[in-house]
Design a protein around this ligand. Structure first.
Ligand SMILES: Cc1ncc(COP(=O)(O)O)c(C=O)c1O
Ligand SMILES: [Zn+2]
Length: 405
C-alpha cells in the first residue's frame, strides 16, 4: 500500500500527509514523498489507461476508487513539420489544449479535487487567472462538490462562460491576481476554506509533472534537447522538472532536457530575476499583457522555477504581446493548433531564442502548449472581416472574382 509523507523543500523536516502546506520550522513549501517503490517500468506502462492516472503510484492519492477523472492527460505530442522547417529545429508540440476543460490545469485539479474527496470535503475553492477556476469547477461538478472560485475581474469572458456553465460560485476581485491570491490566503486562515492551490498545494502541484512522464514515453525515451514551458507562478515548470528527475532516478531516462521558462514581457518577474542570476524576485505590481493566464506578478514558486532552470542549464525569456499574437497565428495556421496566448508564448520564446543563438539550429525542442485559443477568442476576432456575399451565385462569383483579382 502506498504511503505518503510531506517533506520541507528547504530544511527537510518531515510531516504527516495532512492538509498542511508550509513548514512550521522555516515556512518553506512542503512536497510529497512516496514511501513505496513504484512498479512503473517501460513494460508495465504499455498496458495502462491512456490518461494521467496511468502514473497512479507517483500521484499523491491513496484510494484509487476516489479518483475524480474527466479523462485528463496523455495528450498528443505532435511533430510540427512545417514549423520545424521554418525555424530550422526539430519541433514537437505537447498539445495540452485538448484536455477536458481545454488547459493543462486539468492535471493539478484532477489531483486536488480527488484529494478533497479523500479529505471528506463538501466544498472546494481556488484562486485563479481563469483556467484553474474552470477546471476545478468541472471536476467539482463531476464529483458532486460545491466549487467557489476567486479570480481577478479582468479575465476573458470565455473563461467566465466555462465556470458559469459548470455551476461554480464566482467571486471576482477588483484588482490583480496577486490581490486575489492574498485575499484567498487570508480567507483560508480566517474562514478555514480549502483553497486547493494554497492549502493543498503540495498535492495539487504533483498533477502537472505527468507532462514530463508523457514526454518521456511519447518521445520513445529519447528526450529532446529543450522543453519550453510557460511560467506564471513557476509551479508548472518546477513540476515538470520534478517529473523528469523522478524518471531519471528510476533509471527510465538517462538525462534531463534543458528547461526554458517563457513569460510575457508585460509580466516577466522570473525573466528579470534570472537575468541577474538572482532568487530575489521583484514582484510586478500591475501586469499588462494579453497573456492573462500567466499574468502573475508575485510568483509563489518563482525561486524553485529558477533553480530548475539553473540545474538543467536552461534559460528564461520573454515575448512581447505582438510576438505572442504572431506566434498564435503561426501555430494555428502552420500546425492547426489554436492556443491561447499563455500557450503560444512558448512558440514566441523559442523563435526568439533561435534568433539569439541560444537554441542551436538542428536542436530538438518540445514546446508545451498549455491552453486553448477558444478561451481567448478576442485576439483573433477583433479584426475579422469575412468575404460577405448574398445567398446567390452571382453575388458569390462577383465577390470571389473581385477578391482574387
Ligand atoms: C494556460 C496556462 N499555461 C501556463 C500557466 C503557468 O502555470 P504556473 O502558474 O504553474 O507557472 C498557466 C497558469 O495559470 C496557464 O493558465
Ligand atoms: Zn522547513
Amino acid at each position: 500500500m502506498k504511503r505518503l509523507e510531506l517533506k520541507c523543500r528547504e530544511c527537510s523536516a518531515w510531516y504527516p500527509a495532512e492538509r498542511i502546506f508550509i513548514c512550521e520550522k522555516c515556512l518553506a513549501p512542503l512536497e510529497v514523498v512516496y514511501s513505496e517503490e513504484s512498479t512503473i517500468t517501460k513494460e508495465t506502462l504499455e498496458s495502462r489507461v491512456k490518461s494521467m492516472w496511468r502514473y497512479f503510484e507517483l500521484l499523491p492519492v491513496e484510494d484509487k476508487t476516489k479518483i475524480v477523472d474527466l479523462g485528463t492527460g496523455y495528450t498528443p505530442l505532435i511533430r510540427a513539420e512545417r514549423l520545424s522547417e521554418k525555424l530550422g529545429i526539430d519541433l514537437f508540440l505537447k498539445n495540452d489544449t485538448v484536455n477536458p476543460t481545454l488547459s493543462f490545469k486539468d492535471r493539478p485539479s484532477s489531483v486536488a479535487v480527488t484529494k478533497a474527496v479523500e479529505f471528506g470535503d463538501n466544498d472546494v475553492c481556488c484562486v485563479s487567472t481563469g483556467n484553474l477556476a474552470a477546471s476545478v469547477a468541472a471536476h467539482a461538478a463531476h464529483a458532486g462538490l460545491n466549487a467557489y472560485v476567486i479570480t481577478p475581474e479582468n479575465i476573458e469572458k470565455e473563461k467566465f462562460a466555462q465556470i458559469i456553465a459548470y455551476g461554480a460560485k464566482i467571486i471576482t476581485v477588483e484588482g490583480t491576481y496577486d490581490d486575489a491570491n492574498r485575499l484567498a490566503a487570508i480567507a483560508s486562515l480566517r474562514l478555514g476554506w480549502n483553497i486547493v492551490n494554497i492549502t493543498t498545494r503540495p498535492y495539487y502541484v504533483e498533477g502537472s509533472k505527468t507532462i514530463a512522464y508523457e514526454i518521456c514515453e511519447q518521445m520513445n525515451w529519447n528526450l529532446p534537447d529543450y522543453v519550453v514551458v510557460p511560467c506564471a507562478s513557476g509551479a508548472l515548470l518546477r513540476s515538470i522538472h520534478r517529473g523528469f528527475k523522478q524518471f531519471k532516478d528510476k533509471g527510465l531516462i538517462e538525462s534531463i532536457p534543458r528547461l526554458i521558462g517563457a513569460q510575457a514581457s508585460g509580466c516577466s518577474p522570473l525573466v528579470n530575476a534570472f537575468r541577474k542570476r538572482s532568487f530575489e524576485i521583484e514582484p510586478v505590481r500591475y501586469p499588462k499583457t494579453i497573456a492573462k493566464s500567466i499574468a502573475i506578478g508575485d510568483p509563489a514558486d518563482g525561486k524553485y522555477a529558477i533553480l530548475s532552470i539553473m540545474e538543467t542549464d536552461g534559460c528564461m525569456e520573454e515575448a512581447s504581446d505582438e510576438e505572442i499574437v504572431d506566434a498564435t497565428k503561426l501555430l494555428a495556421s502552420k500546425e492547426g493548433i489554436f492556443a491561447e496566448p499563455a500557450g503560444s508564448v512558448t512558440i514566441a520564446v523559442t523563435k526568439k531564442l533561435i534568433d539569439l543563438g541560444f537554441i542551436e539550429k538542428g536542436s530538438s525542442v518540445v514546446c508545451c502548449v498549455t491552453g486553448n485559443g477558444m478561451k481567448a477568442q478576442e485576439l483573433v476576432l477583433h479584426n475579422f472581416s469575412p468575404l460577405r456575399v448574398k445567398p446567390e451565385i452571382e453575388s458569390f462569383e462577383k465577390k470571389i472574382n473581385s477578391r482574387v483579382n
